[in-house]
Each structure stands twice: as structure tokens, then as C-alpha cells.
Design a protein around this ligand. Structure first.
Ligand code: ADP
Length: 483
């Protein structure tokens, strides 16, 4: 039975050029907690993707001609509608993605905040008057939207990863073709339904749903009409899309995988560090790209931190979003469960100790026990790859230089966290750490007003903050002669 059939925001058709489209085929969307069938969504391919690009291209001139204030008014209406439907949208997330209701409500508030922020920020796209070295010329820059934007988003934040891209693109005067993850298309389609209600003109925001990501991705990246690609997902797919975009020289925004270090120095506030680690590691059952992946703990505090964290983790309530009081939902798939198991087996075979958890949860399906491993070393898989699951590996270190070396090891550079009460150390470590975002005595760093993004192989560009708008804007230089 379709448990979502009561939702006024349930859409199973894709949204292209202001039309709801069924397509010849459909694909099933399941609840990862129960396996229940939630919906049958349009499974589109190359032809529909081309139609969506054409619609976005056709809608561009009129959308660009609006004033930023007019675009902002529509975005503000969209924002208001999202908040009016916060509960319904949160239910959709919990059903298709599995996270607990409080986290889903938080995701809607967080996702909506990007629409509000960029509606406002879009009014402040200033050009420049450049002092000119020639008396008979005047030099000016205009700042204009890049054009049609393709957005490809993952399943871990089915709502917020979309608004974080689409809001700045629309505010900048761009039009968008979105391909959401096939695991979680319902949140994307609900956003389209509310965009329609908010009065966004046909073609301005298009949602192409489908399971053939390779075909849809090939159309989006090869089309000369698409001027920018904004992608959040795995590093491997990001690199592939970057190569595919080379032929048409698109502007690129990539939010890729992380391997975030979470460093606890001897002088840390122990309870704050445990709380920070719980949030940074176990939020969304460990399925966020900024999740702490390696917990580096100094000798003097190692035992106390390990004990406190293990007992806090053992107390986490694991279960479906439909049951009250649950703090850890299921993982998205059996493949995700298998990866956590692989990391644990590898670590244990090389000498790690399980402090709590360590196995699939008695609830079965995609549920996994929140786990803490001690005696982890940098040779183990869990220290080298993003686990994307509820597994906290503890790695011991001796001094600050050691911590920085361990933290900077590897090719990722998305988020990093550290806990210390020494102000000098806070500055030194913050400056030395190779990451795009650093939480200092803080495990919750995301906000719409700050730039989110990575360095090294964790990506290109920033989302949110003032920088988030830049991704969708080009600078045009005007030279007035004969003056
Ligand atoms: P994850 O491991 O989080 O699923 P992916 O990088 O595989 O990360 O997926 C992120 C998004 O990229 C999803 O929307 C997925 O469908 C899409 N995707 C995966 N492979 C491709 C591809 N070859 N071309 C375009 N999009 C892709």
C-alpha cells in the first residue's frame, strides 16, 4: 500500500516546462526502513532531458529580464510555501530517506533558509566602475547569470542539497534542470509542486527523474546550452562529470566526498568534545559528506574520551522514523551496510577493538548498530575511505604536529573539526589543517550564511554565503570608447 497517498505534495510525474510528465516507464521508490513501496516515479531518459534543457533555455531570456527584486519576490513565496508545508515535506524525507522526524524537520528549515538567503543576496550582485588609465575611455563591469544550470543531487539530504544549488542559480537569473537521486525523487518533485504554486514560470525550474543517471548525465554535460554544472555526490562521479564537461567548457561546482578528521586534544572540554563527536559523526546515521570520519584523540584524554563516547553511542535509539524517540534511522541500502561491515572487518583483522556496536542491528534490513572502534591506525581502510555510516574509529596521537600530519593525510579536504581550549593552538591548527571548513569546539557548522565546500579532491567552489552566488555569475567587462 502506498503510505504516502495522503500527502498533497506527492508527485510521481517529472516536471518539465511547467508540465507534469509520466514518461513511458516508471521506477519504484522504497522506504529504506521498511522496504515499503512509496511511489512509482517517471523514469526518463535522453529525450526528456533534452526537452528539459530546451525548456530551460527558452525560459532564460524572460527570467533574466526580470529585476532581481521580482525574482526575489517569487523565491520568497516559494520559501514561505515550503515553511507552510514543513511537516509534510519532512514526512516525505523521513519516508524516502529514513532519517528521524526531528532531523527531517531540521533539513526543511535548513534547506528553505538557502532560498530566503539567496532571494535577498540576489539583489546585491554589484558590478564595478574601474578607474581608467585612458582619458577617452570608461570601464565598467556587469555581473550576469551564467545561463542554463544543470544540478545533480544525492539522496542524503533530498531537500537541502537541491535548494542550496537551485536558489542561488535562480536568484542570479539562471534557469535550472535538476536531476535528483533516484533513491529520493519525491522531495525534489514536492519542491517543484511548491515552485509551481509560488508562480515560477514554466521552464525556469525543471526536474528530470530517472534511474539511468549515465544517460541523463551525458545529456546534461554534453549540451552546449547548459553553461554550468553543480554536482553533489561521490568523488568518482564528480571526476567523471568534470571530464564530461570539458568539451563544452562549463563552469563547475563540485561538492564531493570527505574524510573529515575530528581531533580531540588533551586540553579539550571532554563533554563538549563527546557531544560534538556524537553530532558530527552520527547525524543522519553517519551519512553526510561532512561527517567526522576519523576521530584523532590525544594520549592524555584518549581513555576518558573513548569511554564517554562509547557509552553515549550505545544509548542511541535505533529505529524507523515512524516510531517515536528514534535517533538513528536505517542506512540507505544494503550496499551501504556492506561498506560499514567491510570497514569494521578490515579494522578488526588489523588489531582494532570494538567498544560498542560492530554488527547489523537486530531490527534487520538496513539498520546498523552505532559503532565505536578503538586502536585504529592509519593503515586501516576506515581511516582512508569515507565510511558514510554510523562508525566512529578512534586513532591515538601524541602531539600537535602528529595530529596535523594525520589530519592532512589523504586527498580529501572537505570538513575538519578539533577541540582545544588553547587559543594559540586553535589558530595554529585552524591555519594548518587542509579543509574547506573547520569546526573549532563545534560539531555543527552548516548554515546558509557561510561558504560550504572543499579543497583538494573534495571539490570546487562554494555553496551558501556570499560565495554561493558567485558560482552562477559571470563578469562582463564593458569598455566605452570615444568619450
Ligand atoms: P552516492 O554514492 O551518494 O549515491 P553518486 O555520486 O553515485 O553518490 O550519486 C550522486 C548523484 O549523481 C545521484 O543523483 C546519481 O544518480 C548521480 N550520478 C551517478 N552517476 C552518474 C553519472 N555517471 N552521470 C551523472 N550523474 C550520475
Amino acid at each position: 500500500m502506498n503510505t504516502l497517498s495522503h500527502s498533497s505534495l506527492l508527485r510521481e510525474q517529472a516536471y518539465i516546462n511547467g508540465q507534469w510528465l509520466s514518461g513511458a516507464q516508471q521506477f519504484a521508490v522504497h522506504n529504506p526502513a521498511s522496504g515499503a513501496l512509496l511511489a512509482q516515479v517517471a523514469d526518463l531518459g535522453a529525450a526528456e532531458t533534452r526537452a528539459a534543457i530546451a525548456a530551460a533555455h527558452a525560459a532564460l531570456p524572460a527570467w533574466q529580464k526580470l529585476t532581481a527584486k521580482q525574482r526575489a519576490a517569487m523565491l520568497q513565496r516559494w520559501h514561505a510555501l515550503i515553511l507552510q508545508h514543513q511537516q509534510e515535506l519532512a514526512d516525505l524525507i523521513s519516508q524516502e530517506q529514513g532519517k528521524p522526524p526531528a532531523e527531517s524537520m531540521g533539513e526543511i528549515a535548513y534547506g528553505a533558509s538557502y532560498i530566503e538567503w539567496f532571494a535577498e543576496e540576489g539583489k546585491r550582485v554589484y558590478g564595478e566602475v574601474i578607474p581608467c588609465p585612458f582619458a577617452d575611455k570608461r570601464l565598467v563591469t556587469l555581473r550576469q547569470g551564467v545561463g542554463v544550470v544543470a544540478a545533480i543531487t544525492p539522496w542524503n539530504f533530498p531537500h537541502a542539497m537541491i535548494t542550496r544549488k537551485v536558489a542561488p542559480a535562480l536568484a542570479a537569473g539562471c534557469t535550472v534542470v535538476l536531476k535528483p537521486a533516484a533513491e529520493t525523487p519525491l522531495s525534489a518533485l514536492a519542491l517543484a509542486a511548491l515552485a509551481e504554486q509560488a508562480g515560477l514560470p514554466p521552464g525556469v525550474f525543471n526536474v528530470v527523474t530517472g534511474t539511468d543517471a549515465v544517460t541523463i548525465g551525458a545529456e546534461l554535460t554534453s549540451s552546449p546550452l547548459v553553461r554550468a554544472l553543480s554536482f553533489t555526490g561521490s568523488t568518482a562521479v564528480g571526476k567523471l562529470l568534470m571530464r564530461q564537461c570539458a568539451d563544452t567548457v562549463k563552469k563547475l561546482g563540485l561538492e564531493l566526498g570527505g574524510n573529515a578528521p575530528f581531533i580531540v586534544f588533551d586540553d579539550a572540554d571532554l563533554d563538549a568534545a563527546v557531544q560534538g563527536a556524537l553530532f558530527a559523526k552520527f547525524r543522519n546515521s553517519g551519512q553526510t559528506c561532512v561527517c567526522a570520519n576519523r576521530l584523532l584523540v590525544q594520549d592524555g584524554i584518549y581513555r576518558a574520551f573513548a569511554e564517554k563516547l562509547a557509552s553515549a553511542v550505545a544509548a542511541l535509539q535505533v529505529g524507523p522514523a515512524s516510531e517515536a524517540g528514534m535517533q538513528q534511522g536505517p542506512l540507505i541500502s544494503q550496499a551501504a551496510v556492506a561498506k560499514v561491515q567491510r570497514h569494521i572487518a578490515n579494522a578488526v583483522s588489523l588489531g582494532a577493538t570494538v567498544l560498542t556496536g560492530g554488527a547489523a542491528h537486530a531490527r534487520g534490513g538496513n539498520f546498523f548498530q552505532p559503532t565505536v572502534l578503538a586502536d585504529v591506525t592509519e593503515q586501516m581502510l576506515v581511516a582512508q575511505e569515507e565510511t558514510f555510516g554510523p562508525l566512529a574509529p578512534l586513532i591515538r596521537f601524541h602531539d600537535e604536529a602528529d595530529a596535523i600530519r594525520l589530519a592532512n593525510n589523504g586527498e580529501s579536504g572537505l570538513a575538519a573539526y578539533f577541540y582545544s581550549r588553547d587559543i594559540g593552538r586553535c589558530w595554529r591548527v585552524a591555519e594548518a589543517i587542509e579543509a574547506g571548513m573547520v569546526g573549532i569546539n563545534e560539531g555543527a557548522i552548516s548554515t546558509e550564511v557561510a561558504p560550504f565546500g572543499g579543497i583538494k579532491q573534495s571539490g570546487l567552489g562554494r555553496e551558501g554565503g556570499r560565495a554561493g552566488l558567485e558560482e552562477f555569475i559571470e563578469t562582463k567587462y564593458l569598455c566605452f570608447g570615444g568619450i
